[in-house]
Design a protein around this ligand. Structure first.
Ligand code: KG4
Ligand code: ZN
Length: 366
């Protein structure tokens, strides 16, 4: 009997539910709240909580319907416990606790960053009739892969380098000390009136512009670690825009060139630290070689970032692995289901009625 998992993510501004089996995605419903938060220029926590509350039940129902699975066929419920916005997380966790308890199913608490990490392992269903005939092969928790791999999670809330020793065994080796890469792009986007979230529009504009038109500093070059920082870039962009607008309002070409230059600066800061890590690792004979570099998180949808990372990792004969669809990059519950399959057998407690949201949960810790 295949282990169908109902997965739920309400960590930020997307209400999402999915049905997965092993690493196969049978359905993945995402109700975006972008329209609700646009006027605030960012995510407004109480608005997010209310929207999650209104949407969670229909989103779960739709995920089951699209997967062709009835609640009685489920083996477990997986839910994002953290990190994320506390009031938003609470809605998913409380819903999942009640749902799992009612159906006497195990509840698997999942780390959202682990979801982004394992999103590269997700596979689409092969045909619409696959649901009931899911073969034994697809019920395997994770595909055969060689480890360790290096995962890069680049999103609106996080910028992390994590060594994956095995699915479930992680070592955080680098992170941002202030803003996340996506957050920096969003804040920059607001300065040039691109709306929220600005990342996708910055990408479109950047394609038309000159990344060398404006010079931005390369941060954290003197530190002998893999920590990153993006808030200085944001300040530098603000100054540059103030300088330009003191003369005249920004021209369209200036906005386009600012997008290209700022995006390049953010991505260069990431590839610089990635190269620094790989250089150090490959110079150390006690470190096992890596078997690939994985990319996840909302900013992972950006094709320029992918290109720059690919170029960096190819120097070390490594491949860059990305999720099978851009929908798997931004927040979604399917990636939470994939993690659920990894941890399914660790959870023997039937309802886990005591779990609580963990807004600051670091991946790789309990
Ligand atoms: O993973 P995600 O949906 O939410 C978090 O967990 O943070 O990431 C959202 C972030 C936003 O900052 C958004 O601007 C950025 O991902 N983003 C992009 C692109 N698509 C989304 N940034 C750059 N290029 C894109 N194509
Ligand atoms: Zn996320």
């Amino acid at each position: 009997m295949p282990n169908f998992i109902l997965a739920i993510d309400t960590s930020c501004d997307d209400t999402s539910a999915a049905v997965t089996v092993g690493n196969t995605v049978l359905s993945n419903v995402v109700a975006s709240q972008v329209e609700l938060h646009k006027e605030f220029g960012g995510v407004f926590p109480t608005v997010a909580k209310q929207a999650h509350k209104e949407r969670i039940a229909p989103v779960v129902q739709l995920a089951l319907k699209r997967a062709g699975i009835s609640p009685s066929e489920l083996s477990a419920v997986a839910v994002t416990q953290g990190p994320g916005l506390a009031p938003a997380l609470e809605v998913g966790v409380e819903f999942a606790k009640t749902y799992a308890a009612d159906l006497k199913l195990p509840l698997i608490p999942v780390n959202h960053i682990e979801g982004h990490i394992l999103s590269v392992l997700a596979k689409p269903r092969t045909s619409s009739s696959a649901t009931r005939a899911v073969s034994k092969k697809t019920t395997t928790a994770v595909p055969e892969m060689s480890y360790p791999c290096l995962s890069l999670v680049i999103s609106g809330g996080h910028t992390e380098f994590v060594v994956v020793h095995q699915p479930g065994h992680y070592e955080r080796i680098g992170w941002t000390v202030d803003d996340a890469a996506g957050e920096a792009l969003d804040k920059f986007g607001r300065m040039v009136d691109l709306g929220y979230p600005a990342g996708p529009l910055v990408e479109q504009f950047a394609k038309l512009g000159n990344p060398r038109a404006f010079a931005f500093p390369l941060p954290m070059t003197t530190t002998d670690n893999f920590l990153m920082s993006f808030s200085g870039l944001k300040t530098s962009a603000r100054r540059k825009i103030e300088e330009l607008t003191a003369v005249q309002p920004l021209t369209k070409q200036q906005i386009i060139d600012l997008c290209a230059s700022f995006q390049y600066a953010v991505f260069h800061a990431i590839t610089y630290k990635l190269n620094k890590y790989l250089l150090k690792r490959y110079a150390d004979p006690s470190q096992p070689p890596l078997f690939g570099v994985w990319l996840g998180g909302g900013v992972a949808a950006n094709s320029t970032l992918r290109k720059m990372l690919r170029k960096t990792v190819q120097t070390y004969n490594l491949d860059l692995h990305v999720p099978y669809s851009k929908k798997l990059c931004s927040d979604n519950a399917a990636m939470i289901g994939v993690v659920g399959a990894v941890h399914l057998n660790e959870n023997t407690d039937t309802s886990r009625s005591t779990i609580e949201r963990k807004p600051n949960w670091e991946v790789g810790t309990l």
